[in-house]
Ligand binder design. Structure first.
Ligand SMILES: [Zn+2]
Length: 396
């Protein structure tokens, strides 16, 4: 795959008919069942030091379908069932390659409900998408158009915890490659300010963020008070999931606009590798949300940089970005979190975050020049392509 031949996922909300919703729920259930059966079989073989591959699990699926108790697997499209065996294969490949933990069973309550269809499992004609085992096309809200002439190669249907339905279509796409930009930028992540740029610009959280967080905290307190297993608890859980979904949607929208702009304007973007950094001691919920925002931001930045031929450099997290004067290079002995502006002995007055962003940029650019001190931009987990469909969801 060349840099400008990429697959892009386009995700849309849709509204299924009752029959379609029932068919999809049945499919999700069968996918979960097949995945868990295959995982159990592979785990059992693993204890005997044997490896079961995809082909073997595919043969097992054929046999399961012939038994009385699993005959219901024949009622749904076989494509998503095959696909989940491929996903399991990929999960094991990640495990053997030491990139991932041992695969876990899918739970009815906790796992993402989804089914993946390859070309034999759907029909895409005149901009209408019809899935296998269905007569009518899905009622999709085309919130943005598919690229001219794009034909999906894979469709993933999912339902989130708030009960909303989505279809994500993977298409080949050749993005227009803009001219190289001259600018470079350092980006510092914060808690109250979402991002601070080395140019001095501060980017706030989306304007609904504060109010949404208050609502989420209230919904979660309410959930905690409900008795385990009660109907009220299930209701409270759905309500909290809805609030969280809205926060995530607004944030994603905000981050999409932001990352597109940053990648268009800059040739090199330097960020801090915050993967395990204990960012700011603060209210737990606020932190979970900013951490999730940051990892989402980073993954969008990285895949868009690949589309546009830009470079993202992640600077080591132990780099003392806040304590270093970006003008003279003097290192301050301490820099408590409550200090937002400070004056260096050289006379420069610093905004704490802007100074940090400037330092991040400087160390990123130096390190690329001498190949030292930073971790290189990592490839996506699994490492095969530039496709990003979803970012890992973190529960609030
Ligand atoms: Zn100084």
């Amino acid at each position: 795959m060349t840099a400008n031949q990429v697959k892009r996922a386009f995700k849309y909300r849709f509204y299924p008919t009752d029959a379609q919703a029932a068919e999809l729920s049945r499919t999700f259930g069968c996918v979960r069942k097949v995945y868990n059966l295959a995982l159990a079989a592979r785990t059992e073989a693993w204890t005997r030091q044997e490896r079961v591959n995809y082909n073997a699990t595919s043969a097992m699926l054929t046999a399961w379908k012939k038994t009385d108790e699993l005959a219901y697997l024949n009622d749904v499209s076989s494509v998503p069932l095959q696909q989940c065996l491929r996903h399991l294969q990929a999960a094991f490949a990640g495990f053997y390659g030491k990139r991932a933990r041992y695969p876990r069973f899918k739970s009815k309550k906790r796992s993402r409900k989804s089914a993946e269809y390859t070309t034999s499992g759907f029909r895409f004609r005149d901009g209408r998408l019809t899935l296998a085992k269905m007569t009518d096309p899905l009622d999709i809200v085309w919130s943005r158009p598919l690229p001219e002439g794009a034909i999906p190669s894979t469709v993933t249907v999912s339902q989130d915890a708030a009960g909303r339905w989505f279809a994500s279509m993977l298409c080949d796409d050749k993005p227009a490659m803009p001219a190289p930009a001259n600018a470079t930028v350092g980006i510092d992540a914060g808690l109250t300010t979402l991002l601070t740029l080395s140019t001095g610009e501060k980017i706030a959280n989306s304007r609904h963020e504060r109010r949404d967080r208050v609502r989420l905290a209230r919904a979660q307190r309410n959930l905690a008070k409900k008795q385990k297993g009660s109907a009220n608890r299930a209701k409270a859980r759905r309500r909290a999931a809805k609030v969280y979904a809205r926060i995530a949607d607004r944030r994603r929208d905000h981050l999409h606009k932001l990352t597109t702009r940053l990648v268009r304007e800059n040739q090199t973007l330097v960020i801090e590798d915050l993967s395990v950094r204990n960012m700011v001691k603060n209210h737990k919920l606020a932190r979970a949300i900013s951490d999730a925002a940051w990892s989402e931001f980073r993954s969008m930045l990285e895949y868009k940089a690949q589309w546009y031929g830009r470079e993202v450099i992640a600077v080591d997290r132990f780099f003392p970005s806040s304590k270093l004067c970006s003008a003279c290079g003097t290192l301050q002995s301490k820099m408590p979190l409550n200090i937002r502006t400070w004056t260096c002995d050289c006379g420069t007055v610093h905004d704490r975050d802007v100074n940090a962003a400037k330092n991040i940029l400087a160390v990123g650019l130096t390190a690329t020049a001498c190949g030292d001190g930073v971790r290189p931009q990592r490839s996506t987990p699994g490492g095969q392509s530039s496709v990003k469909q979803e970012t890992p969801r973190r529960k609030p």
